[in-house]
Design a binder for this molecule. Structure first.
Ligand code: UDP
Length: 392
């Protein structure tokens, strides 16, 4: 079976690592040949290469080098290049991940060539069409044959949009599945939404078990466990509105008077702060560092007294590591977290500071039962579905 994975941005490399590893683990019997297309959307070594090295992802077979363009030009160039490659490669499946322009381009290219298409992290919705990510994920989902949902909410969202809800595989396989490979018929023109769990949870468990979270980050930054805030900001709605960006960094600077605030700065955010003439001041007040690798980030998250973020992945990791999380958004796609120590912070600087002070150091009360995101084997389930699914 030939699978083409299309990725281009940091969170996609982390998700790809899980599925790629599961493909390799499926062994010779499954006869999976994976080809990785990197669109080039994220190109800084610390946003791309570092993840391939650290997470043991096979080197991309193709790098399209499409980056630093407007949404239309970027998506269009990717679409054209991916289509040419897919014609040549003629895969049995194309797999896309998450919600970036690379997701949309990969999905459109596959759908137009009538190549079976699967989306990892399908059904995630903010219901805010002002977000480019929302447009990308809605359109990618509607081009798909197999929608791989990370949470019950995601599958419910797809059902509400008219998709056929498939099984909940988080706790295992239906008894009737019998011997491997798992057989799942998908009716043509009736895409199927299967609940597999969140590959980000697989990643967190896998690397924790292997001690990859050992890192010298805290010592290097002179931080005490539980004694600092970890902040990440990169969503366009926060970086590209000068008033909002200013509010967030004013709040973080004020919080830095209480505790160190560590900020691995995303390239876009760095550029916007520089353009606003605030970078030097922010660097003085906060512990601004370059984006870090996956293991270092996990250590920073696990030991933070509070995580402040607009990232989808970091929100879930805060939950996996039972840290309080202030989400710098008006809404979240991960609504199940709102009852588990997560609070939204849509307001101005004062409101952010007040919420953060209230939440700092408060370990969320997390339900000890099976979580919404599965049991850490979503990657394996995805691969068994790809092997066993038939379009009928
Ligand atoms: N991440 C990382 N280094 C950093 C910041 C984030 O490894 O400096 C990881 C983070 O732990 C999570 C993923 O990147 O696994 C989230 O990616 P991002 O915030 O870019 O995108 P989103 O999840 O919002 O789509």
């Amino acid at each position: 079976m030939k699978v083409v994975s299309v990725v281009g941005a940091r969170p996609q490399f982390i998700k790809l690592a899980v599925v790629s590893r599961a493909m390799a683990a499926a062994g010779d019997e499954a006869q999976i040949a994976e080809t990785i297309i990197h669109t080039g959307q994220h190109f800084d070594p610390e946003m791309s290469e570092v993840f391939f090295d650290e997470l043991g992802i096979p080197q991309p077979h193709y790098n399209l080098g499409v980056a630093s363009l407007g949404h239309g030009a970027m998506t269009g160039r990717m679409l054209q290049a991916i289509e040419e490659l897919l014609v040549e490669l003629a895969p049995d499946w194309v797999v896309v991940y998450g919600d970036t322009n690379s997701t949309l381009a990969g999905a459109l290219a596959a759908a137009k060539l009538q190549i079976p298409l699967a989306h990892v992290e399908a059904g995630v919705r903010s219901f805010n069409r002002a977000m480019p990510e929302e447009i990308n994920r809605v359109l990618a989902d509607h081009a798909c044959d197999l929608l791989l949902c990370p949470s019950p909410t995601a599958r419910d969202n797809l059902q509400a949009e008219g998709f056929t809800p498939g099984p909940d595989l988080r706790a295992g396989w239906p008894a009737q599945a019998g011997a491997e490979p798992y057989r799942q018929d998908i009716r043509r023109n009736h895409p199927l939404a299967v609940l597999v769990g969140d590959v980000m949870y697989d990643a967190a468990l896998y690397h924790a078990e292997r001690g990859r979270h050992a890192s010298r980050m805290l010592a290097a930054l002179g931080l005490e466990p539980g004694g600092y805030c970890l902040a990440t900001v990169h969503r366009q709605e926060n970086t590209d509105q000068p008033g909002r960006l200013s509010d967030i960094f004013t709040a973080l600077a004020e919080l830095a008077d209480d505790h160190p605030v560590v900020t691995p700065l995303h390239p876009r955010t760095r550029a916007r702060l520089a353009a606003a003439g605030r970078l030097a001041e922010v660097q003085k007040r906060l512990r601004v560092i370059d984006p870090v690798g996956y293991g270092d980030m996990a250590v920073l998250e696990k030991n933070a007294g509070l995580i402040i973020t607009d990232s989808g992945g970091v929100q879930r990791e805060a939950f996996f590591y039972a840290r309080p999380c202030l989400t710098l958004r008006r809404e979240t796609e991960w609504v199940e977290l709102l009852g588990a120590g997560h609070v939204l912070a849509p307001g101005g600087a004062k409101a952010i500071v007040e919420s953060a002070r209230r939440m700092f150091g408060r370990r969320p009360e997390v339900d000890p039962g099976p979580g919404p995101y599965g049991d850490g084997t979503a990657g394996e389930k995805i691969v068994r579905l790809l092997v066993g699914a038939r379009l009928v």
